[in-house]
Structure formats: structure tokens, C-alpha cells
Design a binder for this molecule. Structure first.
Ligand code: SF4
Ligand code: MG
Length: 335
């Protein structure tokens, strides 16, 4: 069967004054209706750039899509006409961002911004669109929706603004929602409420959800599958239970070892020594080798393939099989 969305071998670079940054180096993942795929990784790993490429909103002027496909119901959006891409945006795939305040227009009421989409894209009358906006604010559990529909974004709390953005993203009833760090800017209690809301709506509507996050706690609670990104590549992709039971990539393993540090919720992953490589100078061989406690000589020269493992699982480590069998490849895990 054709997945709802499949990204295939996406390659993107940014041409900057400092050189060519290879930001996506062959990213592939897929998500089905009713499924939540969590895309996990440190900042700069390419999570957001992948999402922006899917949406056709890569906003960096020096960005160049070198190749790959974004297949929505099997239709490649990268080669689709601009009008078709516009149509898919909102109706097929919608996206919400970390920073609701910059996504909402400060000079219009929240209700107007939602209603306007319904008027322009669905051809509803002013009155119908207003009613639709109130229903959507209700759906995202904004109390007193009838009154709040007249509020401006700055009159909402951070959590309420995030709800309003979710309402706006749902206006055209998309089949897939991409949520880019949707709770990062919020405090922990509000984060949990927003995640509950997203999960409930996703189930009710049988929507696909791509949840971009650096928070393993969130992943464990809501994801069906996980794609782990590093230096513009997916390094592991697995069912959430399988991945937590035993990682098939040393980077995933290091992330999992950060689990006791979930008190650092909301901060960036700091489990691993060293920094991600500069994308203008990705190391030869396995890009993770300078930080990998299990690296051997071969890792310095040979780029590992993103290869299949038993159980709809993939890893880009030379020793993935060995990790699954014994836990560890050659070198000492405690080093
Ligand atoms: Fe580490 Fe080598 Fe596997 Fe890369 S290929 S993750 S360096 S063991
Ligand atoms: Mg990001």
C-alpha cells in the first residue's frame, strides 16, 4: 500500500559565504494515516529543514533541493505545479511551529485568521466562517470560544496561542499534521496538555502526525515509530518499543542513556560528548565517528548504508546487527 507521506532520499544544501552546508544528505521516512512518527535529533540535524522541504516553505534563500521525492499519496510534490502544492498545503498537509506568536498575525483577531482560511479556501460566507472558527476554537479546548474568537494573539497565553495555531492548522481538515517542536516554548504542565490535545485530535481524525522533537519523554508517550536524525541523515528508524528495548545505532543508544536526565525537559539533548559536525565539513566515513564510543578504523573511511534490519527497522551503523544481537560492536561500551 502507498503510505500517506513518504520522503525519499531528500538532499538539500545551503550555499552560504562559509561554503556549502550539506543539510540533508539522503533523508527517507514515511508516515501512515493514524500514525505518529517522531523525528528526533539535536538542533541542526535537519529535522525542521526536512519538514520545510515537505511543505515547500524552505525559507533560506541559499537552499537548493538537489534531489529526492516528497510523495503524498504517491504523488511527488517536489515536481508538482505551484498551484497543486498550494492546494496540498493546508488541505493535505498542515504544519504548526514552536513559536505560535510569530506564526499568527498580530494585527488580526485569532478568529478572523481562522475564518479567513475557511472563506478563501472553502468558499464559506462570513457568518459560516465565523461559526467554523468558533467550532475550531472549541475543538482545541479554548474556553469561551464565542468570546475568544474576537481576541488578538497577544491577548492569549502561550498555551492558548499554541491551541489557536493548532485550530488554524486544522481548519482545512488536513490528512497529515507536522508539528515542529510544538511544546518546546511552554512550561511542563501546558506541554502535557497540548500533547494530549494533539493525540486526541489525531485519533479522532485518523490523521498522520509527524512530531519533530528533541524530547525523548514526549516521544515515549506519543510516538508509534521514531526516526533519529544526525547531521542531515536518518541514522535509525524503528518501532518505538523496539527502539527503547534495544537501539541499533550508537547515537540512539547515547540518546537513550540520557533518559534519566528528563529533568532537563525542554533543553537540547546533551547526552553525548562533543558537538555535531559542521555541515560544511561532514567527517568522512560515518559522520558520527568522532563522537562514537564504538568507532573502529572502518568507520573512519566507509559511510554506513541505511540498511534494513528485521522488523521494519533501519540503521546506518556498520554494526547494527551486532548491536541487536549482543548489544555492542567491537569496542568497550563503558569506555
Ligand atoms: Fe559508530 Fe562506526 Fe556505527 Fe558509525 S558506523 S555509529 S562510528 S560504530
Ligand atoms: Mg528545528
Amino acid at each position: 500500500t502507498v503510505p500517506l507521506l513518504a520522503v525519499k532520499d531528500l538532499r538539500v544544501e545551503f550555499r552560504t559565504n562559509d561554503g556549502v552546508a550539506k543539510v540533508l544528505n539522503g533523508v527517507s521516512y514515511h508516515v501512515d494515516a493514524g500514525e505518529t512518527l517522531a523525528v528526533l535529533g539535536e538542533s541542526g540535524s535537519g529535522k525542521s529543514v526536512t519538514a520545510q522541504t515537505i511543505m515547500g516553505i524552505l525559507d533560506m534563500p541559499p537552499a537548493v533541493v538537489l534531489g529526492g521525492e516528497v510523495l503524498f499519496h504517491g504523488e511527488d510534490l517536489l515536481s508538482a505545479k505551484p498551484a497543486r502544492r498550494m492546494q496540498v498545503r493546508g488541505e493535505g498537509i498542515a504544519m504548526i511551529f514552536q513559536d505560535a506568536l510569530s506564526a499568527l498575525n498580530p494585527v488580526f483577531t485569532v478568529g478572523f485568521q481562522i475564518a479567513e482560511q475557511l472563506r478563501v479556501r472553502r468558499g464559506l460566507s462570513r457568518a459560516e466562517a465565523r461559526k467554523g472558527a468558533i467550532d475550531l476554537l472549541d475543538l482545541v479546548r479554548i474556553p469561551h470560544a464565542k468570546q475568544r474568537v474576537r481576541s488578538y494573539p497577544h491577548e492569549f497565553s502561550g498555551g492558548m496561542r499554541q491551541r489557536a495555531m493548532i485550530a488554524m492548522s486544522l481548519a482545512l481538515d488536513p490528512e497529515l499534521l507536522i508539528a515542529d517542536e510544538p511544546t518546546t516554548a511552554l512550561d511542563v504542565t501546558v506541554q502535557a496538555q497540548i500533547m494530549d490535545l494533539l493525540r486526541d485530535i489525531q485519533r479522532e481524525r485518523d490523521m498522520g502526525l509527524i512530531l519533530i522533537t528533541h524530547d525523548l519523554g514526549v516521544v515515549a508517550e506519543v510516538a508509534d515509530r521514531i526516526a533519529v536524525m544526525y547531521a542531515g541523515r536518518i541514522v535509525e528508524q524503528a518501532d518505538v518499543y523496539a527502539l527503547f528495548r534495544g537501539p541499533a545505532h550508537p547515537y540512539t543508544e547515547a540518546l537513550l542513556q540520557s533518559l534519566p536526565r528528563l529533568d532537563l525537559k525542554g533543553q537540547d539533548l546533551k547526552a553525548i560528548k562533543g558537538l555535531p559536525p559542521s555541515l560544511t565539513r561532514i567527517p568522512p566515513g560515518c559522520p558520527f565517528h568522532p563522537r562514537c564510543p564504538r568507532a573502529v578504523d572502518r568507520c573512519h573511511q566507509e559511510v554506513p548504508d541505511f540498511h534494513p534490519l528485521p522488523g521494519d527497522r533501519h540503521s546506518a551503523c556498520h554494526f547494527a546487527h551486532e548491536m541487536l544481537v549482543s548489544g555492542y560492536p567491537g569496542s568497550n561500551p563503558d569506555k
